[in-house]
Design a protein around this ligand. Structure first.
Ligand code: ASP
Length: 338
């Protein structure tokens, strides 16, 4: 049996999403020639388990971390049951689904799209901006036209489920309601999340990608933190990578992912670096945190050495770690009690 067949046949992937699964520890060792600490993947929320598996599988078959994070994020964008990312994402106040995404590699290349309508795989449009234009970010109609010109196919991103959620939200509005609160768990369920996926491949190259439909019921035209390089995502190939999920406005105010990576550069572990950014966010948002019990922000970090970390403002954030052959979902440390 050839090595690749052995890996495929040994159950590297294919285990149900959202449950801990084996990622082929011994098989990976064969590929990496005994070097056991790569690949490493880390991603946000329970859907990160599925993204990790896809990214891991790609890297185990020789893909670099950039291809791996794109493939992992696309899997989440494609899933209509995940209502905060891609196809089936919750719409804005006008019932339009618009997507934010970015991607960055170890060489400092990056691309992003904001408020992108009608294209399912925003992460791939972000990558196309990075590779086929001189720009870093395109937004709205311009991003859409660029995507069409590059061969992306338009689709209706709204599913029956996301349309019904919008109708329930609209019916629940009184004359004095404002659009943007509460920010997370309400009677319609969890109304925003981002898939953030960071990967270190067998050559030691780091990449990251993020994608989201943003805050549900957002004002049409709102762009969140995910396409803002340094806020939603940052990668320094020699140091580490970071990604964020939560209220994007809070993250944009502190340019948090850059702060995480800079803290790593100054010597902090990914765990300590994520906590530094969360403490900054708490300091800047002390007033709103007292009023809004669902105001959440979180970071994940991955160092160029393969160490991982994560931290959140409040209890409830989870992230998935694929390391040393195992994929597991962990409850994040949180720093705000109140
Ligand atoms: N950060 C995303 C946004 O503000 C939402 C989330 O990750 O919960 O668009």
């Amino acid at each position: 049996m050839r090595r690749r067949e052995f890996i495929r046949d040994s159950g590297v992937i294919g285990v149900g999403a959202y449950t801990a699964s084996k990622l082929g520890f011994l098989k990976l060792d064969q590929i990496t020639g005994g070097k056991m600490d790569t690949p490493v993947v880390i991603s946000t929320w329970n859907f990160g388990m599925k993204a990790n598996e896809v990214a891991w599988k790609a890297m185990s078959s020789g893909a670099n971390s950039l291809d791996a994070v794109e493939q992992g994020v696309r899997t989440i964008e494609d899933d209509p049951e995940i209502m905060s990312v891609g196809f089936g994402g919750l719409p804005d106040e006008q019932m339009d689904v618009t997507l934010d995404a970015s991607i960055m590699d170890w060489r400092g290349n990056c691309g992003a799209v904001g408020a992108l309508p009608k294209i399912k795989n925003a992460v791939s449009v972000a990558r196309t901006v990075m590779e086929r234009s001189e720009h870093v970010m395109l937004a709205g109609e311009g991003a859409y036209k660029f995507a069409l010109a590059q061969g992306f196919k338009p689709i209706d991103l709204l599913t029956d489920k996301s349309r019904e959620a919008w109708l329930r939200w609209r019916e629940s509005l009184g004359p004095n309601n404002n659009w943007l609160g509460p920010h997370s768990m309400d009677d319609l369920g969890d109304n925003h999340d981002t898939i953030g996926l960071l990967a270190l491949d067998t050559k030691g190259h780091l990449s990251g990608a993020v994608s989201t439909s943003g805050l549900a019921w957002k004002i049409h035209g709102r762009v969140g933190d995910s396409p803002i390089i340094g806020a939603g995502l940052y990668v320094d190939g020699k140091v580490g990578a970071a990604a964020s999920t939560g209220v994007g406005e809070a993250n944009m105010r502190i340019v948090g992912s850059h702060l995480v990576v800079q803290s790593m550069k100054a010597g902090a572990s990914p765990q300590d670096a994520c906590e530094i950014a969360i403490r900054r966010a708490i300091e800047v948002h002390s007033k709103i945190l007292k009023k809004d019990k669902s105001f959440q922000l979180a970071y994940i970090g991955l160092s160029a050495k393969g160490e991982v970390g994560g931290a959140a403002i409040r209890k409830g954030f989870q992230y998935a770690i694929g390391k040393n052959g195992t994929n597991k979902l962990v409850d994040s440390k949180y720093l705000y009690i109140g």
